[in-house]
Ligand binder design. Structure first.
Ligand code: FAD
Length: 572
């Protein structure tokens, strides 16, 4: 049937080679599954490699009073109680073991005087909790997982982009992908598929995210019929670079504030006193981002439209040791010596709390055979993620997804995919070549980014969201006319044309969810509904495809068991 395609068959196919994908692959291999890992960039270059500040886990190496209960409470409070409580519980309980395991596999963390893994303070965490390697924690994590996984023996397909999930009846049974270099298609058959493709930040103009973040995995799952959840919650990190323009949005790690960095406005005022006098610079990200945005909007911003972040009161050697990447980033890109003076920073689109809805224990989606973990999945972080809770999320739920996928695969029949489905997916992917003169994908991408930045940003209104939906409809029509020139041999314009479809789908899900939630909570701020609403505090918004229509519905959050209610009620 599908002889014309290069074909590979696995028990478990993992899409994505970041922390979540690699951890899932390792676990599935440990279960004896034949595992394939496919990623659209080079192995080792996934977005996780950019993570700086650390992994949150209640190891209690620096603050003995910490425990999983406090981590659970911080995560739930940070997420404004919209989190899937069971995920938050599992995450807090299992993160320390996952960090110790990473260490056993070779990760070299910074150390306390006693030789234990060193932990630093971060916004929203009651105790010093972030295990770190200077400000290059993601690099160490990827290096370790990759070494371990490759030794265990998974097959890697890199620079290979998945364009569509393929099904056998209701069950997900594989995927069609293309090699980015040659443009040839490749068919993957699998008994179980794990999506670990990360987020969608490239749909906004000012972003800390890399080119990979085009929401592919969320869109693949949505198109296949899976549910998305919490899509209105997009995290704007308070501190991205604002100058020079070429690096606008590049992340300035929260570790700068964790190590004692202070925020000031143009007048020299330490403005966080007005917004959260207790936690100051270590308030949660949603609070700090809104504070900086408000200072700028009200005319107290810096020359380039941001705030000053200053760590120069610490000894220069300390700053260089604790924040080596930040030191070099500012020196090389902005000609600023952060040991001698302040940085200019402003909010940048950073992280997607929403994503594919999964079960807490198994990371299974609403489709049989399909699992999801990492930033592509929803639930753990609710309305706002605490810094450091993503890397621990990848380890805890990457492992759970790999385990459950391998177990599912053990009892699943060999996948059979209809050739008509594969050929339809191939035809759809090649359409941009058939259209002759049409829309330029780069222009369309820029227009989408400007639209999302201006109308679906930190502060939202009914009018802006309505306008955004109207504009998105126009962009969708334009996207149907996108054309690309040249051959399929490494053709980034063609790749972008396909990624645009994912970005537009997910942008629509974000905008419609933001329109539906008529309150302000966590990262979702409605100027027309500035308060939290108790009724909305008990509801998640689910998004699903029905035919060609995107439908939304509310779903009540699950009630917490009394012992967890009690933990939440305790003050710390
Ligand atoms: C600058 C920066 C610093 C950060 N620092 C921290 C931190 O200190 N602590 C913390 O907890 N969090 C941090 N975060 C967030 C955290 O890094 C991410 O949320 C996390 O790494 C996401 O991991 P992931 O495994 O879900 O996806 P990723 O690491 O992004 O991996 C996604 C994988 O999917 C692949 N992929 C995507 N689409 C396709 C497709 N269509 N076909 C095939 N493959 C595909 C990609 O190639 C990649 O291999 C930071 C984020 C940024 C941007």
């Amino acid at each position: 049937m599908t002889d014309k395609f290069e074909t590979h068959e696995h028990d478990v196919l993992v899409i994505g080679a970041g922390g979540a994908g690699l951890r899932a692959a390792i676990e599935a291999l440990g279960q004896g599954a034949r595992v394939g890992v496919v990623c659209k960039s080079l192995l080792g270059k996934a977005h996780t490699v950019m993570a700086e500040g650390g992994i949150a886990a209640a190891m209690c190496n620096v603050d003995a009073a910490d425990d999983w209960r406090t981590h659970f409470r911080d995560t739930m409070r940070g997420g404004k109680l919209l989190n899937n409580w069971r995920m938050a519980q599992l995450h807090a309980q299992e993160a320390p073991d996952r960090v110790r395991e990473l260490e056993r596999w070779g990760a070299l963390f910074d150390r306390t005087q006693e030789g234990q893994i060193l932990q630093r303070a971060f916004g929203g965490h009651t105790f010093k909790r972030l295990c770190h390697v200077g400000d290059r924690t993601g690099l160490e994590m990827i290096r370790t997982l990759q070494d371990h996984g490759v030794q265990m023996g998974f097959d890697v397909y890199m620079e290979c982009t998945v364009a569509r999930l393929l099904k056998e009846g209701a069950r997900v049974a594989g995927a069609l992908a293309y090699w980015r270099e040659q443009g040839r298609f490749v068919l993957f058959k699998a008994k179980a598929v794990v999506i670990a493709t990360g987020g969608i930040g490239k749909a906004w103009r000012v972003t800390s995210n890399s080119w990979e973040y085009t929401g592919d995995g969320m869109a693949l799952a949505y198109e296949a019929g899976a549910e998305l959840m919490d899509m209105e919650f997009v995290q704007f990190h308070p501190t991205g670079m604002v100058w020079p323009p070429g690096v606008q949005g590049l992340l300035v790690t929260e570790a700068v504030r964790g190590e004692g960095g202070v925020l000031r406005n143009q007048r020299g005022e330490r403005f966080m006193e007005k917004y959260d006098a207790k936690k100051m610079e270590l308030a949660t990200r949603d609070v700090v981002a809104r504070a900086i945005y408000t200072e700028v909007r009200e005319g107290r911003g810096t020359e380039h439209g941001g705030a000053f972040l200053d760590i120069s009161h610490k000894p220069a050697e300390y700053v260089k040791r604790k924040l080596p990447s930040m030191y070099h980033q500012f020196k090389e890109l902005a000609d600023v010596d952060i040991t001698a003076g302040p940085m200019e920073v402003g909010p940048t689109c950073h992280y997607m709390m929403g994503g594919i809805r999964v079960e807490a224990e198994t990371a299974q989606t609403s489709l049989p055979g399909l699992f999801a973990a990492g930033e592509a999945a929803a639930g753990l972080h609710g309305a706002n993620r605490l810094g450091g809770n993503s890397l621990s999320d990848l380890l805890v739920f990457g492992r759970r997804a790999g385990l459950a996928a391998a177990q599912y695969a053990k009892s699943a029949a060999a996948p059979a995919i209809a050739s008509a489905d594969v050929e339809a997916a191939e035809r759809a992917a090649l359409e941009p070549f058939q259209r002759g003169e049409g829309e330029n994908p780069y222009t369309l991408h820029r227009d989408l980014q400007v639209l999302m930045q201006n109308l679906v940003g930190i502060f939202r209104t009914k009018e802006d969201l309505e306008e955004a939906l109207g504009e998105l409809e126009k962009l969708k029509s334009r996207c149907a006319r996108v054309s690309v020139e040249g051959s399929r041999l490494f053709n980034p314009g063609w790749h972008l044309a396909l990624e645009l479809q994912s970005m537009l789908t997910i942008a629509e899900a974000v905008t419609k969810s933001a329109q539906m939630r008529e309150e302000s909570r966590g990262a979702h701020s409605r100027i027309d509904f500035p308060k939290t609403d108790a009724a909305w505090g008990k509801k998640n918004i689910l998004v699903q495809r029905e035919g060609s229509a995107m439908t939304l519905r509310e779903q009540a959050t699950a009630a917490l068991p009394p012992e967890l209610e009690q933990i939440l009620a305790e003050e710390k």
